[in-house]
Design a protein around this ligand. Structure first.
Ligand SMILES: Cc1ncc(COP(=O)(O)O)c(C=O)c1O
Length: 394
């Protein structure tokens, strides 16, 4: 294997050995790591080892192994994402974590929760329900259609804050538009106004540098089964110390393994009934895998590929991205406008006819293709996508 520091990000041959770490079905060209990121072999095997240990001696596993193993896994994960271990609990996914926050955040009649029009649809539904239950209101602000600067985005959000606003929910990297949001500045402004912030961050771990404590948010939810390449069903919720007393698991159980009883907030999340925790226990294996590649070489290569995707698609179809790619708005996902038309069936046809899995997104009356690039992707994949899109949109 070539030394990571000597790999040329523009040379597919230098990255071939990593693509062999994945067992993507041969009939599939996978350009959607951003939705469901398949794990590499060593992370899958690590899960099997835990499942075997569980199946072969459940008593030993649950009574004696699981607590120290969970603690080690929380430790490794929290230091990777920049927070204290006591602030982090594992949950199935970012959706689960967001629901925990929505069910416990103190809202009363008349309060408002503020989101923006780039937020994930399911997250909007979560907060709509939480607000309805408490007589509060969920409000959406629109960000400018073409984004000129981070300040403009921060100001758009701040302009939606009023004396009723209790919480702002904001993606770290947006789902329909793949934008890296200026979350640190947003948190700073909202802190000064006494408004809490919940960051929806499933695309952030590994894709960008993450130090949750430095962001200064109140809550951070994420999935490890995207860019970090954890096993499916591995996510986390980070809760700032001032909210520990407020946030509980939705599923009430023993909390810890008997005869121990939970004494600290995070211990309530250790035991929520008999279940398979192998997704959580293998997050450290995913971290180890990505660190063995090198986080910076990983980012350099996949940002470069995504940029190639953007350039090739724009050369073919024209159109302007929502924000200037040279200003750091995008990471490993290219988000490119498609020509005018109704592309409702395009995603389905790309799969049916060309074997390509890539999301086609309708956002604010425009159609876009969102291309995710991970270590198993290469320039041939991008050429194939461009040709397929060309055939399907003429
Ligand atoms: C911004 C954003 N938030 C939340 C989610 C939900 O993630 P999960 O399905 O892992 O809970 C997604 C999924 O793609 C997302 O893009």
């Amino acid at each position: 294997m070539a030394d990571v520091t000597t790999r040329d990000i523009t040379n597919d041959q230098h990255w071939m050995d990593f693509s062999r770490e994945w067992a993507i079905r041969p009939d599939t060209l996978y350009l959607n790591h951003g939705s469901f990121g398949p794990p590499p072999r060593q992370v899958r095997y690590a899960r099997r080892t835990w499942i075997d240990a569980l199946d072969e001696q459940p008593m030993d596993f649950y009574l004696r192994c699981i607590e120290p193993a969970m603690h080690r896994a929380r430790d490794a994960t929290s230091s990777f994402v920049g927070t204290d271990t006591d602030n982090l609990v594992f949950v199935e996914n970012a959706t689960f974590g967001m629901n925990v926050v929505a069910d416990h955040f103190p809202l009363t009649a008349g309060d408002e929760v503020l989101l923006n029009n780039h937020e994930y649809g399911a997250v909007q539904r979560i907060w709509q329900r939480a607000c309805q239950r408490k007589g509060a209101t969920m409000r959406l602000v629109d960000l400018p259609h073409r984004i000129e600067s981070a300040d403009q985005v921060v100001q758009s959000i701040i302009s939606g804050v009023c004396d009723k606003t209790r919480l702002v929910v904001v993606s770290h990297i947006t789902s329909p538009t793949a934008l890296i949001m200026p979350v640190s500045k947003i948190c700073e402004e909202l802190r000064q106004r006494g408004v809490a912030v919940c960051v929806d961050g499933p695309h952030a771990p590994a894709q960008i540098d993450l130090n949750i404590d430095q962001l200064g948010c109140d809550f951070y939810t994420a999935s490890c089964h995207k860019w970090l390449c954890g096993n499916l069903g591995s996510g986390f919720l980070v809760v700032a110390p001032k909210w520990h007393e407020t946030v509980e698991p939705q599923l009430k159980s023993w909390g810890r393994l008997l005869p121990a009883m939970p004494e600290q907030w995070f211990e309530e999340f250790t035991w929520s009934g008999t279940r398979d925790p192998s997704g959580y226990l293998t997050v450290p294996d995913a971290i180890e895998f990505m660190e063995s590649v090198g986080l910076q070489p990983f980012r350099d290569r996949t940002y470069w590929l995504a940029d190639q995707a953007r350039q090739r698609l724009m050369a073919e179809f024209g159109g302007t991205p929502l924000a200037n790619p040279d200003d750091g708005w995008y990471g490993c996902m290219a988000h490119v406008p498609l020509p005018a038309g109704d592309w409702t069936d395009l995603q389905h046809r790309l799969w049916q006819v060309h074997g390509i899995e890539v999301p086609i997104i309708h956002f604010e009356n425009e159609w876009f293709v969102r291309v995710s690039c991970h270590l198993y992707n290469n320039q041939l994949h991008l050429d194939t996508l461009v040709k397929a899109l060309w055939c399907e949109t003429r």
